[in-house]
Design a protein around this ligand. Structure first.
Ligand SMILES: Cc1cc2nc3c(=O)[nH]c(=O)nc-3n(C[C@H](O)[C@H](O)[C@H](O)COP(=O)(O)OP(=O)(O)OC[C@H]3O[C@@H](n4cnc5c(N)ncnc54)[C@H](O)[C@@H]3O)c2cc1C
Length: 392
């Protein structure tokens, strides 16, 4: 056997796994199809990598089996990763909502993982695309695109999801699971902007660039974060978050002034300054362009003093209870993650090993565990990578 462990994919999960396996004395090799490791780490968090979240718990993860992530997240926690970052003297800060970012650049996290791997004797090969895998009598045989054949005792699939195909994301990991009889749940783009079409898009497109804090809900799930109007629909953290819960045909509810009873505010304004037009008053509460788009319409023509209670009710509902029907999402082109993936029913939650295929492991985004926006997806990569590293 050439290697005790081969990890396919030098992303967050794969590098963590190889470092841990190396520290345990395993002869580990990471194969990466790209010419550089950790490309998604490099572009993450606007170049500063939101590497974990202080408040990470299993509650911020979506999966067909929400219990699955509990073991890994509790065995390797955000505090463990923060301790590692500290040991490497990487400065960091909390931006908002427990989200931790590098003070410098995301490259520091990549360098840290490479240093951990090197220190543990784990090796990395770039421009090494795995094309084909076969089970052998004592492990696995891998064929690279170059034609080279390598053997290993344990194989860790850390090939990530389908998001950002421009960066080389493929469905290789899912196909590999399928080849070995490991089930894969339905996959779809998540943490992704929502799009509109028809009249709604025509009405909203002029608002592109306008941002406002909002409360966005779909079914029973609600997020209070910023919302951004785009040329094609809605984006911003609140929308990216809700996109993981949204399904085609469902409406989303948007409160554009959470915490403000707009009806009461309009009534008070009508009493105090009845000559004001509604959109001028609303511009004291909302971005001006947004206030105009909502209230500078034939429905609300004239001064506030001339508007009936019914009209004020309708206007308030457009702000506190706006209901929109997205036509779709921007898709994998811009999605931050893939929802769904390797079915956790077929994996052991402590080791990430496939239940029916000894020596085969799946970690990181390829698994059906998807975090909220805010450092949760990297925490899953670290935790699942660490667990597999401990087990291989
Ligand atoms: C723009 C953007 C910003 C993000 N920002 C954040 C953030 O700030 N915080 C956060 O928590 N999450 C963030 N995410 C999500 C996060 O990047 C991913 O969840 C995480 O990178 C998944 O890690 P992974 O190791 O599972 O997969 P990846 O990082 O995708 O790594 C998989 C690797 O496998 C390689 N590979 C695939 N197939 C093969 C093959 N056949 N042979 C060899 N190599 C192969 C790929 O080239 C890739 O390098 C962001 C995502 C995007 C797209």
């Amino acid at each position: 056997m050439d290697w005790d462990v081969i990890v396919i994919g030098a992303g967050a999960a794969g590098m963590m796994c190889a470092a841990v396996a190396g520290q345990r004395g395993r002869k580990a090799l990471v194969l990466e199809s790209h010419h550089a490791p950790g490309e998604k780490i490099r572009i993450s968090g606007g170049g500063r990598c939101n590497f974990t979240n202080l408040h990470a718990t299993p509650a911020q993860f979506l999966s067909a089996n929400p219990q699955f992530c509990i073991s890994a997240l509790s065995r390797y926690t955000q505090q463990d990763f923060i301790a590692l970052v500290r040991r490497h003297r990487i400065g960091w800060h909390e931006k908002t909502l427990g989200q931790l970012f590098c003070d410098g650049s995301a490259g520091q996290i990549i360098d840290m993982l490479l240093a951990e791997m090197k220190g543990a004797g784990a090796q990395l090969r770039l421009n090494a695309k795995v094309q084909y895998v076969e089970k052998s009598s004592d492990g696995f045989t891998l064929q690279l695109a170059s034609g080279e054949v390598l053997g290993c005792g344990a194989l860790v699939v850390a090939t990530g999801g389908k998001s950002i195909p421009k960066m080389g994301a493929t469905d290789f990991g899912y196909r590999l699971a399928d080849q070995f009889g490991v089930r894969v749940t339905e996959t779809r783009p998540a943490l992704v902007p929502l799009t509109f079409d028809g009249e709604l898009l025509e009405r909203l497109a002029p608002l592109a660039g306008v941002a406002a804090p909002a409360r966005v809900s779909c079914g029973k799930t609600t997020f209070d974060e910023a919302l951004l109007f785009t040329h094609r629909g809605l984006s911003g953290p609140a929308i990216l978050q809700i996109s993981s819960y949204w399904r085609e045909g469902a409406e989303i509810a948007v409160d554009l002034l959470p915490g403000t009873n707009v009806l009461e505010a309009l009534r008070a304004a009508r009493q105090q300054n009845g000559k004001q037009v509604p959109h001028t008053f609303l511009a004291t509460l909302l971005p001006r362009r947004l206030a105009k788009a909502i209230a500078d319409t034939p429905d609300y023509e004239g001064a506030l003093g001339g508007l009936s209670d019914a009209k004020l009710n309708k206007l308030a509902a457009e702000i506190n209870g706006w209901r929109v029907l997205p036509s779709g999402t921007e898709g994998y082109r811009t999605a931050e993650v893939t929802l769904g993936g390797v079915d956790t029913k077929d994996l052991d939650s402590k080791t990430m090993q496939a239940r029916a295929v000894g020596g085969l492991y799946f970690i990181g985004e390829v698994v059906d565990v998807t975090g909220w926006l805010g450092g949760y997806n990297f925490q899953w990569a670290w935790s699942s990578g660490w667990c597999a590293g401990q087990a291989v």
